[in-house]
Design a protein around this ligand. Sequence first.
Ligand code: FAD
Length: 483
Amino acid sequence: KTSLVWFRRDLRSYDHAALFAALKQSDAVFCVFIFDQAILEHLPANDRRVHFIHQSLIELAHELEKMGGSLIVRHGYADQEIPRLAAQLQANAVFVNHDYEPQALLRDQQIASRLNTFDCGLFSFKDQVIFEKDEVLSQADKPFSIFTPYKNAWLKKFLAEGSDFYCKPYPEGNYAGRLAKYPDTSIPALSQMGFEDLPRSDLQLSGGMRAGAALFEDFLSRIGNYEVSRNFPAIKGPSYLSVHLRFGTVSIRHLVREALHCVRIAGSIQGAQVWLSELIWRDFYFMILHYHPRVIDHAYKPDYDAIQWEQGEHAQNLFVAWCEGRTGYPLVDAAMLQLNRSGYMHNRLRMVTACFLVKDLGIDWRWGERYFALHLNDFDLSANNGGWQWAASTGCDAQPYFRIFNPITQSEKFDAEGKFIRRYLPQLARLDNKQIHAPWKLKQSELQSAGITLGKDYPMPVVDHDEARKQTLTRYAVVKSPD
Ligand code: FAD
């Protein structure tokens, strides 16, 4: 029996559900990755994620070669390339890991029916989450819409069987002799696919399993502080693993196993517990997308679709100011510059900037969601949508709409010394730690002694927060059933 393993969001050679299943059930296993034109054609030429994938594939190919196999890499439309390659190899089966996004599900269905025409099956496996779809339900067998009971049920189910059951690594090595070599293993250059070669300094991130493992190792040394440190964007608090989770260069089972191990170690308990919760949020949003695919372009709570957002040229101008980090609110602007320059944004700042766009500027959350989707290295439909709907108060278990982040207070609390702001807005560097959060409130003499002319070196605020707050409460009053 000949099989083909199609790598997608799972660019690793170890602890890989589909690869393991294929090896176990076949005599010869070929491996493939497709640079899918259907996805690439929507991306800008300097997209960092394509670089990340490219780097990851070089390493993956090398690892598969060490195991006796090879990686076929093609550039084209996956729905044509996969059936073509499977037919050419006379494969009986194509193995993949589940992709939960509605468009991917549709693509997989189409491919499955094409494969069926020559008696080749498509077999799909759970790999990128611990519990998926309907695996964690309420006692009444209903999907959860609130995170905390979901988390409790998740933990209860997990702990009943334990880490060895749910997080046991797949031992590919036992069957590695079944990996097959393919004559052409060249990887198309980025330029061949219409992408620019970005200098390393612009990229600020390294793809591949080794880079993911190094980040995780570094994080494990500070996981005990995570509960506190994760809130302060100027310090190295979180794991920075999201892009590796997105492309599967780390294994979720490995991360959960290690996090649980830390939960049991004195000094790491609280931090590790909170971090584990974040990984459970990830499963939660995948589950929400499974049950409510309409959230892609609608509010989770239907009443909230009635909200009238700002429109027209003024809204467009405000939106562009937000995108470019020119709102006049230093923390918001520094956060947007972090995103634009690195493709990463700290979680606290994602909440602050999203809330600012929706509740200070009155702009439809979907505009911001799309902007993040284009720029975040770790963009994931379910988590991004969940995060935006949380901030806009339109989602499941979202913050109540009358709870509106004050961008100045957030700045004073989470970047008290202005370190993060100074990193991205050096023109404000000479303001002291108290002044830096709201420069427009300063006297002319104070601005002058810091060498700042507002409106020239740094913008005046595009809105007044207190005024915007009142307008938001009016805007949300159309909602029939407030929280
Ligand atoms: P850590 O703090 O180290 O967390 C570890 C992992 O847990 C993350 O890598 C991620 O996989 C998961 N995680 C953490 N928080 C969440 C969460 N709230 N929801 C789901 N999973 C979570 N996360 C994405 O992975 N992709 C997105 O597109 C995305 N968009 C977001 C948009 C908004 C408006 C908001 C408020 C949050 C968004 N998040 C998204 C969640 C979170 O901000 C990022 O996962 C986190 O900042 C990534 O950094 P890290 O890996 O250092 O996180």
